[in-house]
Write a protein that binds this ligand. Structure first.
Ligand SMILES: Nc1ncnc2c1ncn2[C@@H]1O[C@H](COP(=O)(O)OP(=O)(O)O)[C@@H](O)[C@H]1O
Ligand SMILES: [Mg+2]
Length: 378
């Protein structure tokens, strides 16, 4: 029996022996017993600890949660792909630990934390996000994504581009983290964890509603991130009245009024290249259009950001706003209820009829009937 098991393990690992492996014991020592003092974050996939490896290198050690487990072979095959990818704007995956039930990823550590905690963290950071720094971050993230989408073969869709996945190194160079991670866990869990983690504001409508994942859903998320970096605001602010809650909706309103410039972060105190900042906002809007065919590819986005090609606004349409659909439905429901209370049945009827085109979408989003996520080549 034991022999058979050994043989199976041998076959399993034969083609993935190049993956850098850590023992559980080694990582336990590196994190001082996964002590709470070394915990630097908690995300949809598990907890992250800061640790010091044997060679004194600092690492971010991500302990995947129980639900994210998959077969050892599938896990290692994915790890092999991810750890072989190197780019100056991508966080390096050093290796992993697969022992018993443990699934742990070991990443390069970046001391300046993520954009979520710094730029969007409510003034708790000492980093000065000047326009030059922001421009550099936007372009770096676009470079990293264009590399994953258009250079790596077969291409990698990130699926979870958001401010907390953009880390900053010592010199404030952006590093995209967690690419490929979504593939390590069950497809529907990715979707759920993204929503549970409260990052639904980055989801392209077709991803949120139909679980349709393409490179263009990453482009949408990048567009949201771009607007966040320029404005210094989170994509959603629930403390604001409904009409002002969504950055993307505000950006579109300002664009339509010809007031895009006022979207730029007031903390810059006017110290920015106006033309460039407006161009970045327009690119953000181009990336978030409802129709994925209208969204540019990441390589095209990069060319527009660096001013290599012009931004074509001719056919620019209103962004696809998932929450607008849901809130419209909620409002109608509430209105419907109030009207029932007023015994005004005829109005309720017409209200519901108006709602019919949206209700299917919003219902499927609200009840989250998670169909499998599939990749497509566009
Ligand atoms: N390589 C890393 N270097 C430094 N900090 C990291 C690294 N990876 C993750 N973190 C920190 O841990 C937090 C949790 O990460 P993660 O589990 O990926 O969840 P999320 O991306 O949803 O925040 C991040 O927000 C970040 O602050
Ligand atoms: Mg992350």
């Amino acid at each position: 029996m034991l022999m058979l098991l050994r043989k199976m393990v041998e076959i399993y690992f034969s083609d993935i022996e190049n993956v850098n492996r850590y023992t559980y014991k080694e990582l336990k020592i590196a994190t001082e017993g996964f002590s709470p003092a070394n915990k630097i974050g908690e995300g949809g996939f598990g907890s992250v600890y800061k640790g010091k490896l044997r060679n004194d290198t600092l690492a971010a050690i991500k302990v995947l949660s129980a639900e994210s487990r998959q077969g050892v072979k599938e896990f290692l095959t994915e790890i092999k792909v991810i750890s072989s990818i190197e780019h100056e704007n991508l966080v390096k995956l050093y290796g992993c630990c697969v022992e018993g039930n443990h699934r742990i990823l070991v990443y390069e550590y970046h001391e300046n934390n993520s954009l979520a905690q710094t730029l969007l963290g409510g003034g708790h950071s000492s980093i000065q996000f000047s326009w030059d720094v922001r421009r550099n971050i936007c372009i770096g993230v676009a470079r990293g994504l264009a590399f994953l989408h258009d250079v790596v073969q077969p291409h990698i869709i990130h699926r979870d581009i958001k401010a907390s996945n953009i880390l900053l190194d010592k010199s404030l160079q952006p590093k995209i983290s967690d690419f490929g991670l979504a593939k390590l866990i069950a497809a529907n869990l990715t979707h759920i964890s993204t929503l549970v983690a409260g990052t639904a504001g980055y989801l392209a409508p077709e991803y949120a509603i139909r679980s349709q994942v393409t490179r263009k859903s990453d482009v949408y998320s990048f567009g949201v991130l771009l607007l966040e970096i320029v404005s210094g605001k989170c994509n959603t602010n629930r403390r604001l009245p409904v009409g002002e809650r969504y950055l993307l909706a505000n950006a579109w309103d300002l664009y339509e009024k010809g007031e895009t410039e006022s979207l730029v972060d007031v903390f810059l105190d006017g110290e920015f290249d106006v033309e460039e900042a407006i161009r970045f906002c327009k690119i953000g809007l181009l990336c978030t259009q409802d129709s994925l065919q209208l969204r540019p590819s990441m390589s095209e986005v990069l060319d527009m950001l660096i001013g290599e090609t012009d931004v074509n606004e001719e056919k620019m349409a209103k962004p696809g706003l998932v929450f607008e659909i849901i809130e419209a439905k909620e409002r109608r429901k509430q209105k419907g209820t109030a009207e029932v209370e007023n015994a005004s049945s005829s109005l309720v009827g017409s209200g519901r009829q108006d709602d019919s085109s949206l209700s299917g979408i919003a219902d499927s989003f609200a009840t989250m009937t998670f169909t499998s996520i599939y990749d497509r080549s566009n």
